[in-house]
Design a protein around this ligand. Structure first.
Ligand code: S3P
Length: 433
């Protein structure tokens, strides 16, 4: 593990950056293209460990995947029924999206698949996808009473049948796993969520010619014979990666940063609503559509922030941004109260606990945790500290922004940013010159 030292900023952050491709859309671009039968040219793909795990799994299943550069590739599948039995155990690495979406897809295949992953993925709950897939007729075995990796998915002769599933969690991974299985099931498959989670799967299914029906928080698909692949998929920039610069630019005095090509899918823009409610100075420019997804450029200037409160309803729209929003809250006047965030306990690490433990090293007495949220007191005294990342990319990047805005920080495993944002530290350095 490589230690990473982050210095305090000597001045505001300045410059223009192009936001790397969206992680969720990059995964889905490979998954759906592998089920088509014509080549799909994918641009602005996120060249990061998680998406490369998905590419490796689909290669093992027989999809033709050729990279022309880090961010540009062509994927050619052999049709919806053209995947073949992998000769090895499939390794999803650190990626919950790879594992959960593929579990849904593999449950419908006429061959056996076994999945593994890294230590973090072995701790994450898989019962949330195994339970509904089992109701659809799938046969899936895993550790701890069929709830944890490693998992083996056994073919079922009679095939799957559609269900209406009331999901207890608003999770795009759960929803997508069920919809992928539903493409192969007999009858209609419907997922009802407590709140609408990110809808990239629904958008991409439509781009592949599938009739997806939405009614409130319910989404349905009928079985299809084939997917009609588009010739091109342009992946929009990842707002979850832009989030670090939205906050860094807001809290480091004198900053002005232009973020080019930020995905602005309304199921993902909760951080913009929250930062604006906190008084952030964000200008949204050049709004357009990129690969069936809204996108824009965002100019962020430093501003005095104030505390805010938000809860379960907005959570799916900013689920991955809580650690960096908590950094913004440390620099705001007054208190920020976050509730309805219990899902953070089952991400790459328990992010609520990690925020409490690590941010209090830098701003002692500033953060209190609850069962499903955080209370953050802004304006506490700041000091330098040695922090754990828990090998969690979003903790590492949030702590790096916090250290830059405070008095520096050293991170035990800085390299885990490679999961979603390999050029993160280079960009941080560039914005300081
Ligand atoms: C993702 C969905 C979210 C998110 C993850 C990516 C996706 O997880 O946290 O980073 O691509 O579907 P949940 O759906 O489990 O909340």
């Amino acid at each position: 593990m490589k230690e990473m030292n982050i210095n305090a900023a000597q001045q505001g952050l300045h410059g223009e950056i192009r936001i790397p491709g969206d992680k969720s859309v990059s995964h889905r671009s490979i998954i759906f293209s592998s089920l088509g039968s014509t080549p799909v040219h994918i641009t602005n793909f996120l060249h990061a460990q998680d998406c490369l795990s998905t590419a490796a799994c689909f290669r093992a299943l027989g999809a033709d995947i050729e990279f022309a550069s880090d961010t540009e590739l062509t994927v050619k599948g052999h049709g919806m029924h053209g995947l073949h039995e992998p000769q090895t155990i499939l390794d999803a690495g650190n990626s919950g999206t790879t594992l959960r979406l593929m579990t849904g897809l593999m449950a419908a295949q006429p061959f056996l698949t076994t999945f593994t992953g890294d230590a973090s993925l072995h701790r994450r709950p898989m019962g949330r996808v195994i339970k509904p897939l089992t109701q659809m007729g799938a046969e899936i075995y895993g550790r701890e009473n069929n709830t944890k990796l490693p998992l083996t998915i056994v073919p079922v002769g009679e095939g799957l049948h559609g269900i209406t599933y009331q999901s207890p969690v608003a999770s795009a991974q759960v929803k997508s796993a069920i919809l992928l299985a539903g493409l192969y099931a007999h009858g209609t498959t419907t997922v009802v969520e407590p709140f609408v989670s990110r809808d990239h799967t629904e958008r991409m299914l439509k781009a592949f010619g599938v009739d997806v029906k939405r009614e409130g928080t319910a989404v349905s698909v009928d079985p299809v014979e084939k997917l009609t692949a588009p010739a091109e998929i342009e992946v929009p920039g990842d707002i979850s990666s832009a989030a670090y610069w939205l906050v860094a630019g807001s809290i480091i005095p004198g900053s002005e940063i232009v973020l080019r090509n930020v995905g602005m899918n309304p199921t993902r823009t909760g951080i913009i609503d929250v930062l604006q409610a906190m008084g952030a100075d964000l200008t949204i420019e050049n709004e357009r559509t990129s690969g069936g997804e809204p996108a824009a450029d965002i100019r962020v200037r430093a501003a005095k922030l104030h505390g805010t409160s938000f809860g379960a309803e907005i959570m799916p729209r900013l689920i991955d941004e809580i650690p960096i929003i908590a950094v913004a809250a440390l620099f705001a006047d007054g208190e920020t109260v976050i509730t309805g965030a219990g899902e953070l306990r089952v991400k790459e690490t328990d992010r609520l606990q990690a925020v409490v433990d690590e941010y209090n090293k830098i701003a002692p007495g500033s953060v209190e945790g609850s069962a499903d949220g955080l209370v953050i007191r802004g304006g506490c005294a700041l000091q330098t500290a040695e922090c754990h990342t828990y090998d969690d990319h979003r903790m590492a990047m949030s702590l790096a922004v916090l250290g830059t805005a405070a008095k520096g920080v050293s991170l035990d495993n800085g390299a885990c940013v490679n999961i979603s944002y390999p050029v993160f530290y280079d960009t941080l350095a560039r914005l300081q010159h």
